[in-house]
Design a protein. Structure first.
Ligand SMILES: Cc1cc2nc3c(=O)[nH]c(=O)nc-3n(C[C@H](O)[C@H](O)[C@H](O)COP(=O)(O)O)c2cc1C
Length: 195
């Protein structure tokens, strides 16, 4: 009887922790799209107001792949990291849930239900990409910067806009993204189509 009660309590607790959002298998990253790199560099700028239109699945898939996706069979990434530490992770906040971008599987793994997007200066974007490092070390800021620049350039080449924001609700993000003590929030990039 005691064991049954314990099992029931544990089941209720587990159900309470279950995330309703499902894993999302992203579309295969496109190889040919967008403006040229030179045009993207000419267009790159900070954008702080966005259309409320949802990103298409292909655009979200390509955006995430561009940020920190795998581009070689050996698992290396679109963004370099000192000593190939690959300590930079991208989390995705939508109006429905918070997800981890799993670069290896090219999938979104749900973490917490709810809308935790931060936007910028009171403006909301359809998605917010949060850049986190597994641990802070000499080059983690540099490594994160490459990821943020990939996001900027992808946006500039594809009719989208972003802003790197250094401000974030650290304690709240830590809980929502289920970060461990070593992990650190670096910045977040709200992304949406241009208005
Ligand atoms: C690390 C970093 C943090 C930033 N933080 C903020 C921020 O908290 N809020 C904001 O509105 N813009 C932020 N920005 C955007 C800068 O203000 C912007 O890049 C700068 O004004 C130059 O404009 P540009 O990106 O259009 O060249 C940040 C940029 C960087 C690189």
């Amino acid at each position: 009887m005691k064991r049954l009660i314990t099992t029931l309590i544990l089941s209720v607790m587990t159900i309470g922790m279950t995330v309703a959002a499902e894993p999302i298998k992203l579309n295969a990253p496109s190889k040919k799209r967008g403006a040229t790199l030179q045009e993207a560099l000419w267009n790159r700028k900070t954008v702080r107001e966005w259309s409320s239109k949802e990103l298409s699945k292909q655009d979200l898939s390509d955006l995430l792949w561009a940020s920190v996706g795998q581009n070689r069979p050996d698992g290396k990434r679109t963004a370099p990291t000192a000593m190939n530490r690959q300590e930079v992770k991208v989390y995705v906040l939508t109006d429905e849930a918070a997800y981890l971008y799993d670069a290896k599987a090219h999938m979104l793994q749900p973490l917490t239900d709810g809308d935790y997007r931060m936007g910028c200066r009171g403006n909301q974007a359809p998605v917010d990409l949060v850049v986190v490092v597994d641990e802070e070390w000499r080059w983690s800021g540099v490594d994160s910067g490459y990821v943020a620049q990939n996001i900027y350039l992808f946006c500039a080449a594809n009719g989208m806009g972003t802003v790197s924001c250094g401000m974030g609700e650290d304690a709240k993000l830590r809980k929502v993204l289920k970060l461990d003590e070593k992990q650190a929030f670096v910045l977040h990039n709200p992304v949406g189509y241009l208005k």
